[in-house]
Ligand binder design. Structure first.
Ligand SMILES: NC(=O)c1ccc[n+]([C@@H]2O[C@H](COP(=O)([O-])OP(=O)(O)OC[C@H]3O[C@@H](n4cnc5c(N)ncnc54)[C@H](O)[C@@H]3O)[C@@H](O)[C@H]2O)c1
Length: 383
């Protein structure tokens, strides 16, 4: 008989993403949200109401939630700059951890994460979800079968514009605003992580590097990056670089090129909205759609032209829970795989090494961009 055991999960950070993931985890049959934490009590209270569990335990301190004895695992969707400290505190108490992306914001944080997972032996999984997209799984299969020949180049782009990207919190109420003056004259305004971190869009590489490195089964060893000036062109009052473009070398002598931007409009892609990918090998090349109307394509050495392919995001062979989840059926993957890894004591599908290997190149790319493109060496975090 199948075990009735459920993972008791605490959610730390119940803002936009945390609220959505709380509902996803709570609807997963083998998981139960048993505690919520946000630094603003009423923010967690609202989410408890939305989940239909108004009496659930709520905390404003993550330490108290972790020490409460009410959770086996936590999902952390607090501001990304805080996530490593919270994750390591939880792991030290024997609590399994999954965090939102990016995994870390400094190289020291990457090491701290790796060493804490190695020391405690609990489950740690990064929530990056595009690595499970159906076309990524198919490109990965091709790579393992040798159908690309030698992979020479992989490319990815993430150009995601929203007019209200920048956000500010009014510390009196916990409400967020896209303009500091919207909250009124008495407001106590604090910048959110978005306002702080998007000055370097290249920090946000997990959704680009995670699928590419998974397909390539590789890691980045060197990176160099250029950015436009640290003042927007579309929004001259935003202290951001509109585009940053990094070139990387991998341990298996492949080149990766990735571009990121959040502060200037860009045309949409089919299904992935803002993401685009390409893998070029000696025998085969594959490319994601450039627009909403063209199809992904494949070219084999010797072919007269590219062949249009019906690849998609949503997998045909997955549970209903995954297929009906957000971002085109990929958001459910990290939920199902994390809960299973805990209940079955099996390996997670994006471990701490995979996680920091998507973060460290981004951290060093941001440094390189500030220094006009200097070449940086990425540490090898694997034993
Ligand atoms: N994977 C994805 O597709 C995806 C999409 C969106 C956001 N994200 C990630 O999710 C994370 C959260 O993003 P968001 O847009 O929900 O941010 P947000 O600012 O809306 O929410 C963050 C929440 O954390 C709370 N918080 C701040 N400090 C805290 C603390 N010390 N303890 C507990 N709670 C605290 C804030 O009050 C807020 O409610 C980020 O890491 C972001 O990169 C991932």
């Amino acid at each position: 008989m199948e075990s009735q055991r459920k993972v008791r999960l605490g959610i730390i950070g119940t803002g936009r993403r945390g609220a959505y993931l709380a509902s996803l985890y709570h609807s997963y049959p083998k998981c139960e949200v048993t505690a919520l934490c946000d630094r603003f009590e009423h923010v967690a209270e609202e989410v408890a109401g939305q989940l239909g569990i108004p009496g659930v335990a709520r905390f404003t301190s993550f330490e108290l939630l972790i020490d409460s004895g009410l959770v086996d695992a936590v999902l952390i969707a607090a501001p990304p700059t805080l996530q490593v400290d919270i994750a390591c505190y939880a792991m030290e108490q024997g609590i399994h951890v999954t965090t939102e992306v990016p995994a870390a914001y400094t190289i020291e944080q990457c090491w701290k994460l790796v060493r804490t997972v190695e020391k405690t032996g609990v489950k740690y999984q990064l929530c990056e979800q595009l690595r499970y997209a159906s076309f990524v799984q198919e490109w990965e299969r091709m790579a393992r079968a040798g159908e690309f020949g030698k992979i020479l180049l992989a490319e990815g782009e993430y150009y995601h514009y929203e007019e209200n990207w920048r956000r500010y919190t009014d510390l009196r109420t916990g409400k967020m605003y896209s303009q500091p003056d919207q909250a009124g004259v008495d407001a106590q305004i604090e910048s959110t992580w978005r306002d702080i971190t998007f000055s370097h869009p290249i920090f946000y590489l997990p959704h680009t590097l995670s699928p590419l490195l998974k397909i390539m089964n590789d890691r980045v060893t060197h990176v160099s990056c250029f950015g436009t000036r640290p003042q927007g062109y579309t929004h001259p009052n935003w202290p951001v670089r509109d585009i940053e473009l990094a070139q990387m070398r991998t341990s298996q002598d492949s080149i990766i090129r990735v571009g990121v931007g959040f502060s200037t409009p860009h045309g949409p892609r089919k299904d992935t909205a803002c993401h685009w990918y390409q893998v070029k090998g000696t025998e085969r090349s594959v490319e994601w759609s450039r627009s909403k109307t063209d199809l992904p394509r494949l070219w084999n050495k010797g072919d007269e032209d590219w062949t249009e392919m019906r690849w998609s995001l949503r997998p045909e062979e997955a549970s209903e829970f995954i297929k009906t989840s957000g971002h085109g059926g990929v958001d459910g993957w990290p939920v199902e795989t994390f809960v299973r890894a805990i209940l079955e004591d099996s390996a997670v599908t994006m471990d701490v090494y995979d996680a920091v290997e998507t973060a460290a190149p981004a951290i060093l790319a941001a440094e390189s961009s500030d220094e006009g493109g200097t070449l940086k060496t990425v540490p090898n975090f694997r034993k």
